[in-house]
Ligand binder design. Sequence first.
Ligand SMILES: [Zn+2]
Length: 118
Amino acid sequence: MHELPVTENILAIALEEAARVHARKVTAINLVVGDMASIVDDSVQFYFDFLSKDTPAAGAALNFRRVPPQLRCEECDEHFDFRMEELEQSLACPHCGGSRLEMVSGTEFYVESIDVDE
Ligand SMILES: [Zn+2]
């Protein structure tokens, strides 16, 4: 369970941003989650409800935007999205057919923006 420290981090960022813009209340936190990040949305929500009690972020909606992992072809340097359903097949670069692929993103998890009440 690594959602707890992650959620503490999200809350800290949201509260800092709210203080910076002198907001009374945080109404929503928009998060970006890579599909390969082993983050369980419900766990984050659970910890968030608990941690945000008695803060300006209490009751804020957490919006999760899932993004597909990105691969980079080592042959031609092309970047492309990786789709889970392709795991069954052999992965190849859609540009040159190369098979030396490197994962460049997919485990990200960060606060994209917050919505506040001023
Ligand atoms: Zn390629």
